[in-house]
Design a protein around this ligand. Sequence first.
Ligand code: NAP
Length: 278
Amino acid sequence: MVGILGYPVDHSLSPPMHNAAFQALGLDWVYVPFPVRPEALESAVHGLVACGVRGFNVTVPHKVAVMKHLDEIDNTARIIGAVNTVVINSDGRTRGYNTDADGFIRSLYEESVNVKGTAVLIIGAGGAARAIACGMLREGAREIVIGNRTQEKARNLAEHLKKSYSQVDIKWVPLTNVPALIPHCDIIVNATSLGMKGQPPLEIDLSSAKPDAVICDIVYSPIHTEFLSRAREKGLKIITGDGMLLHQGTKAFELWTGHDAPVDVMRRALNDLLNSGS
Ligand code: NAP
């Protein structure tokens, strides 16, 4: 058994995605949502270990708080400063990972986007931006600029990343200065919540982008945000947010089971959910 700890967790897309994968591979596993209040987090983690559960995902509001209840933290998760996947070994030891970075990188590689040596602009400085920046740095990006509305958060993130990647050019700018950077960047990522259903779109003019620039949006509801639609109208290559969502799951599946994830099965289950508006 595996599951997801969050509060609330009713709208998580992970249970049907993983359960479809277990079924497709004939594995006698099940993925269960566990609504856990913040004050019950520690006992929930110990309870799952005691029950012999093989691992779990962690979502809002526990991604940072769970770290102090785990035995080991993987290096990428340590740099990101948050855990979204926990593996419980047969001896009951827990190890925390963050598969959002791998999820984003896999979504790029699946579309043949090369990261090594690129200049990357990440718009946003929240949890997802942190994971994406770590993934891009690990894959050899030459330069990273963080653009964010709250300048202090952009500065803090850039300073934090420089501690682990001192040889890379890492800068930050206020959101208002982002348009001036567009002509210079190879990969541009919207890692804000702008463009989500019920939120205004991300209004950044992409007219001056390089013709071979890659424009990514990690918002997955809707899959085709206004930001991406405008990029596509200009003939730019786009990467949608459902790929990151899928692949943070394929990576977690592999960590838990040791099997290659049935990517197409999981993609189909996820697309069915996203298209049904879940
Ligand atoms: P978060 O930690 O709350 O960060 C939100 C970010 O959006 C911050 O940088 C925030 O800027 C910015 N923002 C929000 N409203 C804004 C506005 N009106 N104008 C300008 N900037 C604004 O959230 P998160 O966890 O990083 O998630 C961000 C988005 O990514 C969400 O839509 C989430 O659903 C999506 N996501 C997708 C995946 C995936 O697998 N595809 C994974 C994780 C997250 P300030 O710092 O100025 O507030």
